[in-house]
Design a protein around this ligand. Structure first.
Ligand SMILES: [Mg+2]
Length: 237
């Protein structure tokens, strides 16, 4: 029987953790502002580093004094363009061990997966669909609202709790991500961090941020802490 103490929620970052699609997100964003407003290289011109998509869009619109009432049109154009760019990207891929681990979580009786990403919800869906991972996720925290990734994490946790009908204790929530921002996010809200060096940051650099667990990639998925916690569903005969 399940009890609350052995129910685990795993929050998955997308880019560099679940999958790789190069800088397709940034490319799509730049092309959106080019197409709609004739602005070149909006992302770089606005001088933005890594931030939530909502924050990036907001800064670009401020910088170029664009009418924010057009935000929905901007988002829709962005997703249409992103879809096309992803279709043409022959190098996009699911990262090692991801599919196996997601399947194990799905087939377990005490593990649940949710997304946690700076991407807009529709952007996240588009990316996952492009590599066939969308069926693993129904809920998550996304970059649609202003704020930081930990704000989205709290929204994602509460969305997951409502959806799965479970209240997770913080010590049973894990965040898997490839960046220092992900590790910082986990620490801010008191959940466990799992660093994975399959994105832009090297293993040694991630290590400096002291994640609870750190892996070069997820190819040894059966050895991972999360997998060890999973309870196989009993087959009813
Ligand atoms: Mg990432």
């Amino acid at each position: 029987m399940n009890n609350r103490s052995n129910l685990h929620l795993i929050l998955w970052d997308i880019d560099g953790t679940l999958m790789h699609c190069g800088s397709d997100g940034t490319k799509a964003l730049n092309r959106t502002f080019e197409e709609l407003y004739g602005i070149d290289n909006a992302f770089y011109q606005a001088g933005i580093g890594s931030a939530m998509d909502s924050v990036i869009l907001d800064r670009i619109m401020d910088q170029f004094q664009l009418n924010k009432e057009e935000l929905e049109r901007v988002k829709q154009t962005y997703v249409d363009i992103l879809k096309k760019i992803l279709e043409q990207n022959q190098n996009k891929k699911i990262l090692p061990g991801v599919q196996e681990l997601l399947t194990s979580i799905k087939e377990s009786e005490n593990g649940f997966s949710a997304l946690l990403t700076s991407n807009l919800r529709i952007g996240a869906e588009t990316k996952l669909q492009s590599v066939g991972l969308h069926s693993f996720f129904e809920v998550g925290g996304f970059g649609d609202e202003l704020g930081e990734k930990w704000d989205a994490a709290l929204r994602g946790i509460s969305e997951a709790e409502n959806h799965f009908g479970v209240t997770f204790s913080r010590e049973n929530i894990y965040l898997i991500g490839d960046s220092a921002y992900d590790i910082e996010c986990a620490k801010k809200i008191g959940i466990k961090s799992i660093g994975v060096a399959t994105g832009w940051m090297a293993y040694e650099s991630l290590k400096e941020h002291s994640p609870d667990y750190l892996y070069t990639d997820l190819s040894d998925w059966e050895q991972l802490i999360i997998y060890q916690k999973l309870v196989k569903k009993e087959v009813v005969k």
